[in-house]
Design a binder for this molecule. Structure first.
Ligand SMILES: *[C@@H]1O[C@H](CO)[C@@H](O)[C@H](O)[C@H]1NC(C)=O
Ligand SMILES: *[C@@H]1O[C@H](CO)[C@@H](O)[C@H](O)[C@H]1NC(C)=O
Ligand SMILES: *[C@@H]1O[C@H](CO)[C@@H](O)[C@H](O)[C@H]1NC(C)=O
Ligand SMILES: *[C@@H]1O[C@H](CO)[C@@H](O)[C@H](O)[C@H]1NC(C)=O
Ligand SMILES: *[C@@H]1O[C@H](CO)[C@@H](O)[C@H](O)[C@H]1NC(C)=O
Length: 539
């Protein structure tokens, strides 16, 4: 009896509940995104930072070694110790010290993450069949990476040590494409912010970094084949990403099991390409005279396709991923309409007056060209390409982004795209750059990419989704706080099962713990509601 009283008193000390009325009590040692299957007991083991180590019992490789080093550091460097008293460890629930966790990779490592990578893993901590020990097991290195992240989230700071509840997890993602998009054309983003964002993506099990590199406003990508593009098109000579910088990003992402999907959006959104590649863009006319402005890429000139072939050969080589994003959104027809050569070309081709046919002509040639590059890439395009009836190859992935305040409209689009047999990725409901007062995370949590009127076969064509952070009002100052933890909400929708993610109120205590965890690991991520974290006093 005395013991019980003492335990209650001590656990209250641990919670530091000295007053105040925060919005929510966080969970302790829960995992975000929520695993498919997770069972926890009240019994626990203790991790001692000075003694703990991972032991590799299966295959090994550089990705694994780097990960073990990273996680040992990140996990055991929490600042949440502040003012914490150690709880009474020798209760009847204490099942010993967890000094080693075996990491059992069953198949040799793959070099690069890819669309069909296997991300399943299993964790056992003090399980009935393996009491008083810990293992992380996976077939592939990508599963091991996801498992290490989950394990690190099980650790509950307790005095100078960590408690880990007896836990069994069997986990795998609901969707294979879990993307996050950054735009480095409207504002330049410093590399170190891109790296930090990749860290946060890995903590949330995102697996695709869609990099919208260039646009109307700037061309920061430094090409070795066409150096004038960034020389003339970047904001300044220091606002560029060199070949070496790109390789560093691809390598950093690879170590976290994240693909880098570059986007070179054409034929529209290309103003910044013009100065470095004369003749590429359509000259706009007014009253039979050039008006000094330029429109989309001129699709009538054969040499423009040669240029694109050379540029994209370099790009697909540097980025390694099988896929490239070809854009194709928001093509403005006015300039094409003003140009006599374009009009004549269209007459010759028999598509007089139908500018979406001209766009189609361009996209069809572009796709043809990309699928014949040495790397034989696959591609994504924004939904307009489908909407405008371009006859794209069967394996094209259609990226849905429009009508973000009108679910019935993007659901209809999902239906049409999958009815036509195309694979698709949804972003409409996850434009995180659209900000507003209040808890907008709830609407992100209520969006489900498979919630539309379609057959089971149609639903399997939904590869996943992507959160977007467009850059008009975002640079290095606000990227991290504006993105996180709002993007974490999307991450859980894409990883966890539909049944586990259908309630915002059930998510709240777990999301609160997760936000504090990201803050503890040194990331300035914004709050979601009135509350506190132990490390917010140090901000
Ligand atoms: C980007 O690459 C250049 C060389 O290509 C290098 O001098 C620079 O330090 C790199 N930037 C960062 C932040 O690593
Ligand atoms: C049409 O093309 C010719 C030859 O390239 C060029 O000299 C002329 O300026 C172009 N006209 C228009 C309207 O762009
Ligand atoms: C355009 O139509 C005419 C008449 O039907 C036909 O002779 C010509 O081959 C067509 N041109 C193209 C490029 O399809
Ligand atoms: C969907 O969005 C586009 C603009 O992106 C707009 O033109 C269209 O009218 C919208 N559809 C509906 C039904 O509102
Ligand atoms: C969430 O899904 C579970 C399992 O399918 C179901 O039992 C529950 O009623 C659902 N909750 C809501 C709020 O829809």
């Amino acid at each position: 009896m005395m013991w019980k009283v003492l335990l209650v008193a001590l656990s209250m000390a641990v919670n530091l509940s000295s007053g105040g009325f925060p919005y929510v009590e966080p969970t302790e040692g829960d995992v975000w995104p929520r695993p498919q299957m997770m069972q926890q007991e009240e019994t626990y083991m203790l991790v001692r930072p000075g003694t703990f180590r991972f032991s590799v019992t299966g295959e090994d490789c550089d990705i694994l070694q780097e990960a073990l080093q990273r996680y040992t550091g990140a996990m055991l460097r929490s600042t949440s110790f502040r003012n914490r008293e150690s709880s009474w460890r020798r209760s009847e629930d204490f099942n010993g010290y967890l000094d080693t966790v075996s990491v059992n990779l069953m198949k040799p490592c793959e070099d690069y993450p890819h669309q069909d990578m296997d991300e399943q893993y299993e964790i056992k901590i003090d399980s009935p069949d393996q009491p008083a020990s810990g293992t992380i097991t996976a077939q592939s290195i990508w599963g091991i990476l996801r498992g290490l992240e989950s394990f690190s989230q099980l650790l509950i700071p307790d005095g100078l040590e960590y408690r880990v509840k007896s836990t069994q997890i069997q986990d795998f993602p609901r969707f294979s494409f879990r993307g996050f998009m950054l735009d480095t054309a409207r504002h330049y983003l410093p590399l170190r912010k891109i790296f930090e964002n990749l860290d946060l993506m890995a903590m949330n099990k995102f697996n695709v970094f869609h990099w919208h590199l260039v646009d109307d406003q700037s061309f920061p990508y430094e090409s070795a084949v066409f150096p004038d593009l960034s020389k003339e098109g970047s904001f300044s000579p220091i606002h560029i990403y060199t070949g070496e910088n790109i390789s560093d990003v691809v390598e950093y992402a690879r170590l976290g099991g994240i693909r880098v999907l570059p986007e070179f959006d054409t034929p529209g959104h290309t103003k910044a390409w013009g100065p470095g590649q004369p003749g590429l863009l359509t000259t706009c006319y007014e009253d039979e005279k050039p008006d000094g402005t330029y429109g989309p890429i001129d699709p009538t000139k054969e040499e423009n396709y040669d240029f694109l072939r050379s540029l994209l050969t370099e790009v697909t080589d540097r980025f390694h991923d099988h896929y490239i994003h070809l854009g194709g959104d928001e093509v403005d027809f006015d300039c094409w309409k003003s140009n006599q050569n374009i009009t004549e070309f269209m007459k010759k081709m028999n598509f007089t007056g139908d500018y979406s046919k001209l766009e189609s002509f361009y996209i069809t040639k572009l796709i043809e060209l990309v699928s014949h590059l040495p790397t034989e890439n696959g591609y994504l395009v924004w939904q307009e390409v489908f909407d405008n009836g371009v006859d794209v190859a069967d394996d094209t992935i259609i990226h849905i982004w429009k009508n973000r305040t009108l679910p019935e409209v993007w659901k209809e689009e999902l239906k049409k795209v999958t009815q036509a047999g195309y694979k698709t990725v949804l972003s409409s409901c996850w434009y995180l750059n659209d900000i507003s007062y209040g808890q907008d995370w709830k609407k992100y949590y209520e969006c489900d990419p498979q919630d539309f009127d379609g057959t089971e076969d149609q639903k399997t064509l939904v590869m996943g989704g992507e959160a977007c952070m467009w850059g008009e009002y975002v640079d290095g100052t606000n990227l991290i706080p504006r993105t996180w933890p709002r993007a974490s909400v999307v991450a859980e929708k894409l990883w966890s099962s539909a049944a586990h993610t259908n309630s915002t109120s059930a998510a709240v205590p777990r999301l609160e713990e997760h936000r504090c965890r990201l803050l503890d690991r040194g990331h300035r991520v914004e709050p979601l509601w009135p509350s506190y974290c132990m490390s917010d006093v140090d901000l």
